[in-house]
Design a protein around this ligand. Structure first.
Ligand SMILES: Cc1cc2nc3c(=O)[nH]c(=O)nc-3n(C[C@H](O)[C@H](O)[C@H](O)COP(=O)(O)OP(=O)(O)OC[C@H]3O[C@@H](n4cnc5c(N)ncnc54)[C@H](O)[C@@H]3O)c2cc1C
Length: 478
């Protein structure tokens, strides 16, 4: 049971300057930053090896104004990036956090590459919906597992201590004379053998992500996806939110989430939305399109789930198939037999089982739209994509919940705030544990918002935690 231990014990089993809960993208990056600031760091991870949702992701970290963009002649800057985030969420978020993350993303990507040899490079081949410039930076295999592997190696080299099979079950807090929470003093961890150990910490960073793996919280906060498959990390069970509630912390945007309308069924492998952005389309189980797919894969997920059977197909061709082959997940889907191919629309109907008349009409319509550069009845503009050409491909998909975006309210230096806006001393959060920058629902999720918060806010949380624990002054905020 996740909870609070009111009143510190007389003796702790371990003492450290910075304790980090969770070793996904946020926790590992926070550890690098805290070590760089000179702090002693312990990371506690409930799994046998660190992976988290970060390892399930495509490892795409958005950043504007990097030297990787400049080398390709791409003119981008944090203001433009912040404007794209705000256009997607309708401005319904914390402006100061958006500006901070947009400003610190480029130096953070370069810091990871230059200082810790994390292999991130610009992804130029396509633009994700809502981004006005190519600004995703990813490992060569477009795989979050590569990202986590590189971060974990770097953390080991810095001398931070990583303890796995160590589930943090409680935060230890000190109370004021009036009985309210005065500061967080540490945590309690359950080891593999069932023993509990107490850890004193100068500062605690919550990097244990959101509540996608907690059906009770999903039903309560994200009811539209309660029956959808959860394709994020199972161990993310809402501990940060539960602690936040017990501490009187501010919580916001709890209905926000990243959905995805491209989870291959029954294989449960992510099909990159690049296929769709570059001219593919999505149909429901009747063979009809039902939305402008390019608005975003996140909001498309609930629309797909609401259609007949909650499943559909992504239709595309050989050129988009070749583009998708750059993604490790897509190659896995291909190997697993998830991708169908046929020489013509009627053949595609035969291999997919979709009604032939409807499928032929749908494909003819979208090919004509691309040929003439038209806009369809949903408002999708086909003027910048080449028509789909035979042979055609199709993959059966459903809409899934990838991760939740609501969480603890933090300030721009990642301090967790009480509901009255004052910081809770000793407590910091980033990544999926903190409120994201996607507004209140699914439609505000701009691709990359997840790792933006994990990596960039994670770095900030690590710096701030080290500063508080060591009583030093804040860094330069590169
Ligand atoms: C399939 C998929 C694809 C995605 N693709 C992208 C993408 O390309 N770009 C992007 O920006 N975002 C993407 N996202 C979202 C992104 O992966 C997440 O937003 C991000 O990984 C969150 O990072 P995190 O460190 O907060 O959480 P995680 O990486 O999930 O790490 C949290 C860690 O905390 C541990 N933990 C939880 N509770 C405890 C506890 N009590 N004690 C100890 N440990 C605990 C967990 O085991 C886990 O290892 C994707 C998500 C999915 C699921």
């Amino acid at each position: 049971m996740t909870g609070l231990l009111l009143d510190p014990p007389d003796r702790f089993d371990l003492e450290t300057e910075v304790a980090i809960v969770g070793a996904g993208g946020c926790g590992l990056t926070a550890a690098l930053a805290a070590r760089e600031a000179g702090a002693e760091v312990w990371l506690f991870e409930r799994d046998r090896v660190p992976r988290g949702s970060t390892a399930m992701s495509s490892g795409m970290v958005p950043a504007a104004g990097t030297r990787f963009q400049r080398a390709r002649g791409i003119d981008d800057d944090p203001e433009r990036f912040a404007a794209d985030i705000l256009a997607k969420n309708g401005g319904a978020t914390d402006l100061a956090i958006v500006r901070t993350l947009a400003r610190r993303a480029a130096p953070t990507v370069e810091w990871l590459v230059d200082r810790f040899a994390v292999p991130l490079d610009l992804v130029e081949a396509f633009l994700y919906p809502g981004h006005s410039r190519p600004r995703m930076h990813a490992p060569p295999g477009r795989s979050g597992a590569e990202l986590v592997g590189a971060l974990e190696r770097a953390v080991e080299e810095t001398g931070a201590s990583l303890l796995c099979e160590a589930r943090v079950d409680a935060l230890i807090v000190e109370r004021s004379a009036a009985g309210s929470v005065a500061r967080v003093r540490g945590l309690r961890v359950e080891r593999r053998d069932g023993r509990f150990e107490t850890v004193a910490a100068g500062a605690v960073v919550l990097a244990c992500c959101g509540y996608g793996g907690a059906p009770d919280l999903v039903r309560r906060f994200v009811p539209e996806m309660a029956e959808a498959p959860y394709h994020g990390h199972a161990g993310n069970q809402g501990d940060a939110v539960r602690w936040g509630q017990a501490l009187g912390a501010g919580l916001a945007d709890l209905g926000a989430y990243q959905g995805h309308a491209g989870l291959a069924v029954p294989h449960e492998v992510l099909i990159t939305w690049a296929i769709v952005v570059e001219g593919g389309v999505q149909v429901d189980a009747t063979g009809r399109r039902f939305a402008d797919e390019t608005r975003g894969y996140s909001e498309q997920a609930a629309l797909l789930r609401a259609g007949p059977g909650g499943v559909g197909w992504i239709l595309y061709d050989e050129a988009r198939h070749r583009l998708a082959l750059a993604f490790e997940d897509y190659r896995r889907a291909l190997e697993a037999g998830a991708i169908s191919v046929a020489p013509d629309p009627a053949g595609l109907a035969a291999v997919t089982g979709l009604p032939a008349d409807t499928l032929v009409a749908t494909l003819e319509e979208v090919r004509e739209l691309a040929r003439t550069g038209g806009t369809d009845r949903f408002g999708r503009d086909f003027s910048k994509v080449a028509p789909l050409e035979p042979p055609f491909r199709a993959v059966k998909v459903t809409g899934a919940l990838f991760h939740t975006q609501g969480g603890l309210v933090v300030d721009p230096v990642a301090r967790v705030l009480r509901s009255d806006g004052s910081p809770i001393p000793g407590l910091f959060a980033g990544g999926g544990a903190a409120r994201g920058v996607s507004g209140p629902g699914a439609a505000g999720y701009l691709s990359g918002n997840g790792l933006l918060s994990a990596i960039v806010l994670g770095r900030i949380a690590g710096e701030s935690a080290a500063t508080e624990a060591r009583g030093t002054s804040p860094g330069c905020g590169a």
